[in-house]
Design a protein around this ligand. Structure first.
Ligand code: 5GP
Length: 235
């Protein structure tokens, strides 16, 4: 007996869940500032799907367990169905974005060590930054937090090195994790110019969603440049 697929549509992706697996289709839409700024461009979904595919494969090769199974078509990845942990885990190597409101350091300066931040995914509260005590209120244990933070820092090491080799600085990024059916914590969601700050190493120019957020130029060109470089990452 096959069960009916369950479909969730978000701002950037459609998830079609079929039993233990899910098809994650990347949309061409582009949103920022909690959906207040919207646009789209042809090919954006395919670019983000390919970048996520390459980077998840790279992480798997280096021993990080992710939800990736395969790429079904240009815009669709097949992934393991996870029970998502309601956290956004942000890792930062440089000063940018919301960190500017928390530290007296110059924009685009390098941090002396990576910073990990946790945000509780909740629309009503507007995804507030939380610590491990708050997380316990939501049933996320300290052990789970420390496992997630260790994994996020490992992802940071692998991606920083790989992207550096193609002239990209990984300024910061956001990850999401979930439980697989066997209870293991796997890296889920996506890794793309929507969820990372990628800067050209020579000029510090953005190759990511900041181009759209702050009208810094041709966003399609920026995403394509990120993809073309990431295709050359040696894995
Ligand atoms: P910030 O806190 O500076 O706005 O974001 C830090 C990093 O996490 C950036 O690379 C940003 O793109 C990513 N990020 C944080 N929150 C979200 C979110 O809700 N959605 C997406 N797509 N990325 C996020």
């Amino acid at each position: 007996m096959t069960s009916e697929p369950i479909i969730y549509e978000g701002k950037a992706k459609i998830m079609k869940i079929i039993g233990d697996i899910a098809e994650m289709t990347f949309k061409d839409s582009l949103t920022a500032f909690n959906g207040k700024k919207r646009s789209s461009f042809d090919g954006k979904g395919a670019i983000n799907a390919e970048i996520s595919y390459i980077l998840f494969k790279l992480l798997e090769k280096h021993g990080v367990n992710t939800h990736l199974l395969s790429r079904k078509d240009e815009k669709t990845l097949v992934v393991k169905k996870l029970e998502m942990i309601p956290l956004e885990v942000v890792v930062r190597n440089y000063v940018a974005g919301s960190l500017r409101r928390r530290v007296l350091l110059e924009e685009k300066s390098k941090l002396p060590f990576p910073i990990v931040e946790l945000y509780y995914k909740n629309d009503e509260l507007g995804d507030p930054m939380i610590n491990s005590y708050h997380a316990r209120l939501y049933g996320i244990s300290e052990d789970t937090i420390s496992e997630i933070e260790d994994k996020a820092l490992r992802v940071n090491e692998i991606l920083t090195k790989a992207l550096e080799s193609v002239g990209i600085i990984l300024a910061d990024f956001k990850l999401e994790f979930g439980y697989y059916k066997d209870g293991k914590i796997l890296l889920g969601d996506e890794i793309s110019p929507d969820t990372c700050r990628f800067w050209d190493k020579e000029t510090m120019r953005s190759l990511d969603k900041d181009v759209f957020r702050f009208d810094l130029g041709d966003v399609r060109k920026a995403y394509l440049e990120a993809l073309e470089r990431i295709r050359n990452v040696k894995i």
